[in-house]
Design a protein around this ligand. Structure first.
Ligand code: SF4
Length: 415
């Protein structure tokens, strides 16, 4: 029998549109008749800095075009349309480079594949981290990373480091990257289920995936790019493929299995789950068609006694950007520079006006009025509101645990 090796991840042709960042920092050398690409590590720093800045303020054209298509769909609900319109407005503001696409500026993640004929003579992760550090220090980006001093004592790192940096070695003389800014809410919607092969029937798999997909809910800002991975050589490989698939990084995989163990996309199941998501009625928020933009379903090999199934999303801050370094220079994926081209005039978007609520009245009155409306109702709230997130919740929980009351204003205003 011949040695049956095939690449596990057959990525296909890279159809990404790149822009040249610089021709500096790269050169080539010949060693034993082979061409090697030399990359000055300053180039890695520049690349990471620019990539994290681009991905924080600009989205992919393909993503934004999907958002726009919601406005053109007569089957979209008012809530779908309202969300889509706001997201396009948000993208227009963010593209100006001051306010990022989302207030949760995310964990910085770098997936890189370094050709074995690429020389940097450096600790690449250090230079990539420094580029990320520069971006989060120089731009209006929130620091999201908590570092632990002990099991229960944490503090903000105040620079958004550490980043997740995964470096792989591949054949060739190119260096390929994907940079991601992954928000906490989006990351929290990543699930691994250690199933048994009994789930692998038409009926069981559909019922299982439908239930898990619906359980994602809307907390991670849909419409989602949903990814489902069935199988995997390990639990961690399964989840890594979920992340990469949700970023569209694996779109070029083969669309059939061939018995070699290669990972493939199952287009039939992608269509089926897309249909189920649309008919679920969950929508972009509280009712509609656009719970997801699209679905990727990957099928992988597995141990005969295991069947890991992973599910995850890329949220409406779909912040992924590819890059590459070749002998020709350093290149970054071209993001959408002019999202305003996709934003129609507000008067052309036919959405019923929201219900006006004055929240500066006694809380009992506000509650009585709110209870008249079904959950999906869009409201326009006017008055005093408390903005409080995780740390405020923690502080209030500590007060209550110590037998002390929460601040009185928490009882008087919506949080
Ligand atoms: S889920 Fe995504 S869009 Fe929503 S807050 Fe988190 S990062 Fe932002």
């Amino acid at each position: 029998m011949d040695f049956p090796y095939e690449d596990y991840l057959q990525m296909g042709e890279d159809r990404t549109s790149y822009r040249l960042l610089t021709k500096d920092y790269v050169s080539t050398v010949e060693v034993e008749g082979r061409r090697f690409l030399k990359v000055d590590p300053e180039g890695l720093r520049l690349l990471a800095e620019t990539a994290m800045a681009d991905v924080s303020f600009k989205l992919r054209s393909a993503h934004l075009e999907k958002v726009r298509s919601i406005l053109d769909d007569p089957e979209a609900s008012d809530n779908d349309r309202f969300v889509a319109y706001n997201m396009l407005e948000n993208a227009v503001v963010a593209a100006q480079g001051q306010l990022p696409t989302c207030q949760d500026t995310g964990t910085a993640i770098v997936f890189a594949k370094k050709g074995e004929q690429v020389l940097t003579f450096a600790d690449d992760a250090r230079f990539l981290s420094e580029g990320i550090w520069n971006t989060y220090n120089k731009r209006n980006l929130r620091y999201s990373q908590m570092v632990a001093r002990s099991m229960l004592d944490e503090t903000n790192s105040k620079c958004n480091l550490p980043a997740q940096i995964d470096l792989l070695s591949i054949p060739g003389d190119e260096y390929k990257f994907m940079f991601v800014a992954k928000g906490g809410g989006s990351a929290n919607k990543t699930y691994l289920f250690q199933e048994t092969p009994a789930v692998l029937t038409e009926k069981n798999l559909e019922a299982f995936l439908t239930a898990k997909m619906k359980s994602l809910g809307t907390a991670a800002c849909p419409p989602y790019h949903l990814a489902v991975v069935v199988g995997g050589t390990s639990a961690e490989t399964n989840l890594k493929l979920v992340k990469l698939a949700s970023c569209g990084y694996l779109d070029g995989l083969p669309v059939s299995g061939n018995g070699s163990g290669r990972v493939f996309r199952d287009l039939e199941w992608e269509k089926r789950l897309l249909e189920i998501a649309r008919k679920s009625g969950i929508g972009a928020q509280f009712g509609g068609k656009y719970f997801v933009h699209d679905v990727r379903v990957l099928r992988c090999s597995r141990h005969s006694a295991s069947c890991p199934i992973g599910i995850g999303v890329s949220c409406s801050a779909d912040r992924n950007i590819k890059a590459k370094i070749t002998a020709e220079g350093i290149f970054l994926e071209q993001m959408e520079e002019n999202p305003a081209r996709l934003l129609p005039d507000a008067s052309a978007v036919n959405i019923k006006p929201p219900v006006e609520i004055d929240i500066d009245r006694p809380m009992a009155e506000v509650c009585a009025e709110l209870s008249k409306y079904p959950v999906k109702t869009r409201l326009s709230l006017t008055g005093t509101m408390i903005v409080a997130r995780d740390l405020a919740h923690k502080t209030v929980a500590e007060l209550l645990a110590a037998g002390k009351p929460m601040p009185e204003y928490f009882m008087m205003h919506p949080v």
